[in-house]
Design a protein around this ligand. Structure first.
Ligand code: ADQ
Length: 481
């Protein structure tokens, strides 16, 4: 068990990077959990001395004691049932998430959710402030914790604070709808460096700061005015597109057992000519409904023969207590059932639908087995699935169809870019992908792989932390901690 040491680098995120598993003898084992942020950060944390992670351990009620896992010191923060309902499912996932994703569904606003968002953010901030060494660095992640930077600064002016937003930052016209919008901006501006996935997110944030707070913005630098004895300070906003641990993916693609698993997967699907793959958290931002609509039409009009081409849709269970997610699941499952009822040959699916999580080995085998991957997000911070597919294809085969509304589209320009709202365009992109000659696939994959392999998650984190380091000296340690 880790004692309450002080750490040079402290990551703060809503979730710790582990899930509790109860063993037959009743003991708890911690296993690394799947998900965008975890996948990205775990490799980075291993390369830093004296790093810690502050976050929720995943079950309501009292937090477990600090512990070590995978070479990191983990400091659990407690969330009770009310916090989960109002801070996590409420303000984070039913207010901020839809608002920051172009109001694909209506954001819900409740004043009591805000109060709980504030108190939960304070708990994370206090926990981080307590375990950071004098002059250390705290890296806060994502939309659930936007007030944390300012809360830490008021307690620990001696530390450097970075914030990275994994999801989009909306245009000022949409952001303005958010009750408490100015408090949220001030919370973020407690950081020295605020990072975003795409350039448009950074510009949206700076526009909101200028229009709503009236602060001076000079290119990337915001000047936060001083009050009383507090000096004005500069905050930098910047663009840092997240990536993958590409080395780890490459190793998996070279594993003979995974290669065999990819062959076996195709065999289990009836050895079709084409395997098309969708991999998403079951979330309305991912455009799964649009994808299924296009697929259903392609089967209806005979452009695709279900005996030759199978769609595998992996949909990880997600936020199942939030209304919009329950409705989405019902709709997706109804549509898949209808399409299979109308088109599946006896004994084989037209769409193989998998509503569960897979480990990295199985995910890699799926990518290696897929001739085409469809990423049809209506809005997405980055979308790591697009990059995972590219990293999994050292054979230079396969075609990526990629929504221009995913952050990945800024870098993966060589993919077949689509507007997923245009169902006809989606259909023709899918058909074009299925009939693309091998030389053209090779050319596309070569270009995509250059981009992904040259910009892995280690360089992403290094770039962010170097920039944070360069942002000026924090105040000298004042009060003892
Ligand atoms: P997410 O919305 O979760 O992440 P994404 O970037 O696609 O979206 O990451 C999903 C991760 O989960 C991928 O690594 C994927 O392989 C994995 N995954 C999906 N289905 C799975 C399954 N059935 N079993 C196992 N693993 C599965 C948020 C933002 C994104 C941003 C990331 C990282 O919404 O836009 O790219 O953070 O910043």
């Amino acid at each position: 068990m880790a004692s309450q040491e002080l750490h040079d680098l402290v990551v703060v995120a809503n979730r710790l990077p582990v899930d509790a598993k109860t063993l037959p003898d009743g003991a708890t084992e911690w296993v690394t959990s799947p998900g965008g942020l975890v996948t990205a950060m775990e490799s980075v944390m291993r390369n830093v001395d004296s790093a810690a992670w502050v976050g929720w351990a995943g079950s309501p009620g009292e937090a477990p004691e600090p512990f070590r896992a995978d070479g990191m010191d983990l400091y659990p923060v407690s969330l009770d049932a009310t916090d989960i309902e109002k801070y996590y499912e409420g303000f984070s996932n039913a207010t901020l998430w839809p608002l920051y994703h172009d109001v694909i569904v209506d954001p819900a606003y409740h004043r009591t959710w805000w109060d709980t968002y504030v108190s939960a953010n304070r708990r994370f901030a206090k926990a981080a402030a307590a375990v950071t060494a004098p002059g250390g660095t705290i890296w806060v992640h994502d939309y659930q914790l936007q007030l944390v930077p300012e809360m830490i600064r008021s307690e620990r002016p001696d530390v450097r604070i970075g914030f990275f937003n994994h999801i989009p930052f909306p245009p000022v016209e949409l952001f303005s709808q958010l009750p408490k919008r100015n408090q949220v901006l001030r919370g973020l501006l407690g950081a020295d460096l605020v990072g975003f996935q795409r350039e448009s997110d950074t510009l949206n944030f700076l526009a909101s700061v200028r229009h709503l707070l009236g602060y001076q913005v000079d290119q990337r630098t915001v000047t936060v005015p001083g009050i009383g004895a507090v000096e004005p300070r500069d905050v930098i906003a910047g663009t840092f597109p997240i990536s993958l641990d590409t080395q780890a993916v490459t190793e998996l693609t070279e594993d003979p057992e995974i290669k065999e698993r990819a062959r076996q997967l195709r065999h289990d699907l009836g050895d079709p000519e084409n395997v098309v793959l969708g991999v998403d958290r079951l979330d309305y931002t991912k455009g799964i409904r649009h994808r299924l609509k296009a697929w259903g039409e392609l089967l209806n009009d005979g452009s695709i023969d279900p005996r030759e081409t199978v769609l595998v849709q992996v949909a990880t269970p997600s936020r199942e207590r939030v209304d919009a997610y329950r409705q989405l699941r019902d709709e997706v499952e109804l549509t898949v059932g209808r399409i299979n009822g109308d088109h599946a040959p006896i004994g084989r699916p037209a769409i193989s639908y998998l509503h569960r999580s897979f480990n990295r080995r199985d995910m890699t085998a799926l990518y290696m087995a897929a001739d085409v991957v469809l990423v049809t997000a209506l809005r997405d911070g980055m979308n790591l699935v697009a990059k995972e597919y590219v990293a999994s294809r050292p054979d230079l085969r396969g075609v990526l169809v990629l929504s221009e509304f995913a952050g990945a589209a800024d870098e993966l320009r060589a993919a077949l870019l689509v507007n997923p709202h245009d169902i006809d365009e989606l259909k023709s992109a899918a058909l074009r992908a299925l009939s693309m000659p091998e030389e053209e696939q090779e050319e596309m994959m070569t270009s995509l792989r250059r981009q992904v392999l040259d910009h892995d998650v280690q360089s992403w984190a290094k770039h962010f932390l170097d920039e944070l380091e360069a942002v000026g000296e924090p105040a000298p340690p004042s009060a003892p901690i």
